[in-house]
Every structure is written in structure tokens, then in C-alpha cells.
Design a protein around this ligand. Structure first.
Ligand SMILES: [Zn+2]
Length: 402
């Protein structure tokens, strides 16, 4: 049997006035997703336990079938895995955003989507001034960079009680109450404040200001953790998987569970991503692996920008270019299962990830059809098929059920 999972990141949402009081899923023309709903079932699952932060890291761990209460250690170690950075058992990875903070307000958690080249220069300056063999700054893509604390012989001062705040939760808000706190936070706060001085007159920022772009005023450290030990997916389920995504977090998760990573040219992790290329690569991958998973970030980005129309449009692109072609390809393979589900809600109203259930549509061999004819939030809200522990949905998706 062949399996496919399509993840429109953060697509679950509330009714929008600008969309005629419909949710983005209701407003969008998603005929292919509706076909999955008609053929199979619509339900809802909760991928984010109340005690953990609402984000793609926790939620996708759940979605891939791993209990986050047991396995989640932080976002940064997942991204380190994506970048091929080896973490030893005593090492900690820390997300190191380049941000724009002015008068203690988070003006931009991306420092104006700073280029990777500019980011690398700033991180090099940080490494030279603040780094050593223990503290290593790793440039990534744009504002998404990492700091690694090498703990060998000198235990890291951090613990699971070290609290940090994702900078995308602080957009347009004061940061004063959200600096790192708890074990090891002195070190994190020291590094953050040192970069304020270091970056103030850096040539990269002088050039950005001259060009009317927001400067990267400092680093923002968050999402720290040591490497999680995950039993390979194939060992748990006897199936080989592949991941298509433009986001390091998902690449890292795929690596840690032993999935193949398929890089698609033109996949950007943004609204301008090449949807059709992702669909084509997924269809091709089905020839080689048992399960292919396509993650699309565009829906989440649209919510972060508070842009309902863009969210609707992203859903329609995903539907036409990814869900439709994959469903057709699965039928050619014979027996199959298909699952469409976001990881978490990202309400346009709050522009950030939230806790709560998300709607899913699931169809294929052995899945008896329910009464649902469309895939959207209210239909899922009325369903009796509910997974309060979202990580259990994977067994339902892969397994036998009446
Ligand atoms: Zn997400």
C-alpha cells in the first residue's frame, strides 16, 4: 500500500469577516481536498499538548506519530539535524534569530527577511567576539540561525526549565517580559545584549539602513534543547518515508526519524513556492517509497502576515497542484491511504500558532466513508472522530480499522 500526507501548515482557522464569515478552508475552492473528505472521513486531532508551546516543532512531531510529551526537547535541535550539525549527548542547540528590536518592541522577527549573506557576516562577527570552542554560531538561511553549546566535559547550564519566547509571538509587542529566564538564562541574555553593541555599527546594518531596510539589531535566542532520540519510523511502522518541505524544522524531523529528504527546486517556504514542482516530486517519490509527506509553509506565512486572501489562495494552490495530483497518482498505484491535515491552527486574528484541534481528511483502502462531503473546520468540529492525542492518528492512518 502507498501512503501520502499533505500538511498545509497552520491552515486551521476561525471564520473571517473578509471571507464572508467563512474560515479560509471554507472559503477556498479545494475540490481535491473535498474529494478526500467525500471518499473517506473528516475528523479532528490535537497535536499540541497544553503543557507544550504551540508551534510547528511540537505539532509535527505529533503528526508524524511521536508523543511530544515523551520526545520533544526543543525546536533548535531539530533544525540542527536539518543542517547536518551533529549534536553529542551533552550538546545543546539554540535558535538564534536575527531580529529588529526598537525601544524594546519586536518590530520584525526576521530582521526584514535579511539575506543569508548578510546573516552570515553578522554571525561571523558574533563568533569572533563572543564564540569559542564551547559556543559556536552556525549561519543558516536568512534570519534562521543556530547557536550550539558544546557541553563535553563542561555540562551545559540549561535545563528543560529554561524558558524562552519565540520572537514571532512578540511581533509589535514589548519584549521586556520575554527575555530568557531560568537555568542558564544569564548566558543567553548576556549574548543577546552583547550583540546589540556588536551589530549597532556593523557595515551590514549601515548598508541596510542606507537602503531603507530594517537593521538586525541583535540576536534573539530561543527554542533550545538537546538532541531527541527517536526510534526510526521504519522500525516502528515497517514503512519507508520521504519528506518534501522547504523548512529546516521538518527536514530535521525527517532526518531524525530516518526518512529520505527530497529537495525540490523552487520550494521557498513562502507564498511564492513552486506548488506544482512539489506535487510532481511527491508523485515521483511514490514510485520509490511507501509514504510521502508534503509540507507547505505558505498557509502559515499568510497567517503570520494576517493576510486572509493569501491564505485562501495558498490553500487553492495546494489543492490543485499537490493534493489533486497525489490523489490521482495513489489511485494508479492501487491500494493507498491519503491524509490531509495541518499541524496546528494559526489564526489570522492573532497572527501566530495556537493550541487546539485541527481538521483532517483521511481516505483510502479500508476507510469507510462518513457523511462528510467537504473538508473544513466546522465539518471537523461536528465529527465524532477525534484524536485528543494527535500522535495516535498515525496508527489510525497506517493501520487496520473497521
Ligand atoms: Zn506549523
Amino acid at each position: 500500500m502507498k501512503f501520502a500526507i499533505i500538511i498545509p501548515d497552520g491552515c486551521a482557522d476561525e471564520p473571517q469577516e473578509s471571507l464572508g464569515n467563512k474560515t479560509p478552508l471554507q472559503a477556498a475552492n479545494v475540490a481535491a481536498m473535498d474529494a478526500v473528505a467525500t471518499e473517506g472521513v473528516v475528523g479532528r486531532s490535537n497535536n499540541t499538548p497544553a503543557t507544550l508551546p504551540a508551534g510547528s516543532d511540537v505539532a509535527n512531531l505529533s503528526l508524524l506519530g511521536y508523543n511530544p510529551l515523551e520526545h520533544f526537547t526543543g525546536r533548535a535541535p531539530l533544525e540542527a539535524a536539518a543542517q547536518g550539525i551533529d549534536l553529542g549527548p551533552d550538546d545543546w542547540a539554540v535558535r538564534c534569530n536575527l531580529v529588529t528590536v526598537e525601544d524594546q518592541v519586536m518590530m520584525d522577527f526576521t530582521a526584514g527577511h535579511i539575506s543569508s549573506g548578510e546573516a552570515a557576516e553578522l554571525l561571523l562577527a558574533a563568533q569572533e567576539k563572543l564564540g569559542d570552542d564551547r559556543l559556536q554560531f552556525y549561519p543558516g538561511v536568512s534570519y534562521r540561525n543556530l547557536l550550539v553549546y558544546r557541553g563535553e566535559g563542561r555540562p551545559a547550564p540549561f535545563s528543560p526549565d529554561t524558558r524562552t519566547t519565540p520572537p514571532h509571538d512578540l511581533t509589535d509587542k514589548t519584549v521586556l517580559d520575554d527575555y530568557p529566564r531560568g537555568p542558564g538564562s544569564d548566558l543567553l541574555n548576556h549574548l543577546m545584549s552583547e550583540t546589540v553593541k556588536l551589530f549597532a555599527d556593523h557595515p551590514v546594518n549601515a548598508a541596510r539602513r542606507a537602503a531603507g531596510k530594517p537593521p538586525a539589531t541583535n540576536i534573539w535566542l530561543w527554542g533550545l534543547g538537546c538532541v531527541p532520540r527517536l526510534t526510526p519510523f521504519a522500525e516502528l511502522h515497517g514503512k519507508q518515508g520521504a519528506m518534501i518541505t522547504a523548512v529546516d524544522l521538518l527536514r530535521g524531523l525527517a532526518s531524525l526519524i530516518g526518512w529520505r529528504r527530497i529537495e525540490v527546486p523552487g520550494a521557498t517556504g513562502y507564498l511564492d513556492t513552486d506548488y506544482a514542482a512539489k506535487g510532481r516530486c511527491a508523485v515521483e517519490a511514490l514510485d520509490d517509497v511507501d509514504l510521502v509527506c508534503v509540507h507547505v509553509e505558505a498557509t502559515d506565512e499568510a497567517s503570520h502576515e494576517g493576510n486572509a486572501a493569501a491564505k485562501q489562495e495558498a490553500l487553492e494552490e495546494i489543492d490543485r497542484h499537490i493534493v489533486g495530483p497525489i490523489h490521482e497518482a495513489l489511485k494508479r498505484h492501487g491500494s493507498y491511504r491519503i491524509l490531509v491535515t495541518p499541524d496546528h491552527p494559526t489564526p489570522l486574528r492573532t497572527k501566530t500558532h495556537s493550541h487546539g484541534h485541527v481538521p483532517f481528511a483521511l481516505a483510502g483502502d479500508g476507510v469507510a466513508s462518513d457523511s462528510a462531503l467537504v473538508y473544513d473546520d466546522p465539518t471537523a468540529d461536528h465529527s465524532s472522530l477525534v484524536f485528543d492525542e494527535g500522535w495516535r492518528l498515525m496508527d489510525y492512518f497506517l493501520g487496520d480499522h473497521p
